[in-house]
Design a binder for this molecule. Structure first.
Ligand SMILES: Cc1ncc(COP(=O)(O)O)c(C=O)c1O
Length: 396
C-alpha cells in the first residue's frame, strides 16, 4: 500500500536531527536545541487567554482588532500603509502563513530563492506546492550576501525570494545594503518577496529590524509573515499573520479558511492583549535576550568553540567547531548528548544543496558540517545547568 503515498510525502525522510532528539529524550538531556523559551509567558497575556476561555470564546473566530493593531504597528515601525480589512490574514502561526503564501503564488516549476543556511520548513512548503527551491549560500563566517551569487540564481522562472531576518540559525540581521540589493533584485526581475519576521523584536547591540517591505517598490510585492510565538514565549498558541497586498491576502485568506478555518479563538483574544503590550515589554525582551546571548557566547568560547559571528538577533548562536576537532557536527552533538547530557542542533540540517549541483555532483562545502546551533532562549536555571555540564566536559 505504500505506493499510495504521494511522491512529495515519500521524499520527507527523517533527518539525523530527529534521531538525535530521540537520543536526547532518552538521555534526559538539557535542551539547548529547540527555539522555544522554557520560561513562563508574560502574565498579562496569560490572563487575557484565561479570561477569553471563561468568556466562552470557543467557536471559530476572527478577531479584527488584531489586524487593526498590526496595521498600526507596521505603520509605526516600517512606514507601511496597510488596510487592516483587506491586507492582513490571521493564521495558525507563521508556519501556516508561510505555507498559505506559497500555495497562493507558486505554480509547478516556479523557482523560489532562499538564503542558505535556512530554516527547515520553507523547503517542504515549496516542494509540496510543486515549486523548486534555489539556494544562495551566504558566505561564512559573517554570513554575508554576495550580490553575484544572488544575481546568478535568478532566472525567468523565479517567482519569489524568501528572506528571514533576524535569521535562524545564524543570528544575522541583514544589513540595509543587503536589503537594498534584495529589493532591487525583486523589482528589476518583477518577482515577489516573502519575509519571515518572527524574530523582529529580538535584536541586539542597536541593530534594528528593517522590513524588506519598507523599501521603494516593495510593499506591493511583499508578503510579510510573522507571529506571536517568539516575541511572547507562546510557540504553542499558534497565532500568526500574513500581511500582503489585498489581491494576495485574499487568496491567502481563502487557503487559510480551507485548511484550518481560524486560529485558536481564545489565543486570538490574548494576541490582542499581547500586541498592545507597553514598549517596556519589548525593551526588556531585547535586554534579557542580549544578556543570554552574551552568557552563552562566553560559555561556548570557554569550552573551545570558535565564535566568529556574534548573533545580532534571533535566539540562536551558530558556533563553529575548531579546526582541531575531528568530529563532524552530527558526531559532536551525539557525544554532547551522551557525555554531557546537553543537546544542541547539528548545523548540517540548515544547509542545502541545489538540485543542479547534485546533478553535477559538485561537493558541498566542508563548512556545512562544522556548525552547531545553540538556542539561548532558556531560563537562567537551564543555562546554569548546561554550564555546569559543559564546563565539566571540556571536550574540544
Ligand atoms: C525562522 C522561523 N520562522 C518561523 C518559526 C515558526 O513560527 P510559528 O511558531 O509562528 O509557526 C520558527 C520557529 O522556530 C523560526 O525559527
Amino acid at each position: 500500500m505504500e505506493d499510495k503515498l504521494s511522491s512529495v510525502a515519500k521524499n520527507f525522510t527523517p533527518s539525523p536531527i530527529q534521531e538525535l532528539s530521540h537520543l536526547a529524550q532518552r538521555c534526559n538531556a538539557i535542551n539547548l536545541a529547540e527555539g522555544f523559551p522554557d520560561f513562563p509567558a508574560p502574565p498579562h497575556i496569560k490572563n487575557a487567554a484565561v479570561h477569553a476561555i471563561y468568556s466562552d470564546f470557543n467557536q471559530y473566530r476572527h478577531v479584527q482588532g488584531i489586524c487593526d493593531h498590526l496595521a498600526k504597528i507596521v505603520n509605526e515601525m516600517h512606514g507601511l500603509d496597510v488596510n487592516p480589512s483587506s491586507d492582513i490574514v490571521i493564521t495558525c502561526g507563521q508556519t501556516e502563513a508561510f505555507a498559505a503564501a506559497i500555495f497562493a503564488i507558486i505554480d509547478r516549476g516556479d523557482e523560489v530563492v532562499l538564503f542558505d543556511p535556512a530554516y527547515e520548513t520553507y523547503e517542504a512548503c515549496i516542494t509540496m506546492a510543486g515549486g523548486i527551491p534555489v539556494y544562495v549560500a551566504l558566505d561564512p563566517p559573517q554570513w554575508t550576501l554576495d550580490v553575484n551569487k544572488l544575481t546568478k540564481s535568478l532566472t525567468r522562472r523565479t517567482k519569489a525570494i524568501v528572506l528571514n531576518s533576524p535569521h535562524n540559525p545564524t543570528g544575522k540581521v541583514f544589513t540595509k545594503d543587503e536589503l537594498e540589493i534584495i529589493a532591487g533584485a525583486c523589482c528589476s526581475r518583477n518577482c515577489l518577496a516573502i519575509t519571515d519576521e518572527v524574530y523582529e523584536h529580538a535584536t541586539f547591540d542597536n541593530e534594528k529590524h528593517i522590513s524588506l517591505a519598507s523599501f521603494p517598490g516593495m510593499q506591493e510585492r511583499t508578503i510579510i509573515t510573522s507571529s506571536l510565538s517568539k516575541t511572547f514565549c507562546v510557540t504553542g498558541w499558534r497565532v500568526g499573520w500574513a500581511i500582503a497586498p489585498a489581491f494576495i491576502a485574499s487568496v491567502i485568506r481563502n487557503i487559510h479558511i480551507r485548511i484550518t478555518d481560524s486560529a485558536p479563538a481564545p489565543f486570538q483574544e490574548a494576541a490582542l492583549a499581547a500586541l498592545r503590550s507597553p514598549v517596556e515589554y519589548f525593551e526588556s525582551l531585547r535586554k534579557d535576550y542580549k544578556s543570554k546571548r552574551d552568557y552563552i557566547m562566553k560559555l561556548l568560547t570557554r569550552i573551545g568553540f570558535k565564535i566568529s559571528f556574534k548573533p545580532q538577533g534571533s535566539f540562536f548562536l551558530f558556533a563553529e567547531l575548531p579546526e582541531n576537532c575531528p568530529l563532524s557536527d552530527v558526531e559532536y552533538v551525539k557525544m554532547l548528548i551522551e557525555q554531557a547530557g546537553v543537546v544542541a542542533v547539528p548545523g548540517c540540517g540548515f544547509f542545502h544543496t541545489n538540485l543542479s549541483l547534485e546533478k553535477t555532483s559538485e561537493p558541498s562545502s566542508n563548512y556545512q558540517k562544522r556548525y552547531i546551533r545553540f538556542a539561548f532562549c532558556k531560563s537562567e536555571e537551564t543555562l546554569a545547568a548546561a554550564t555546569k555540564k559543559l564546563d565539566d566536559l571540556r571536550m574540544l
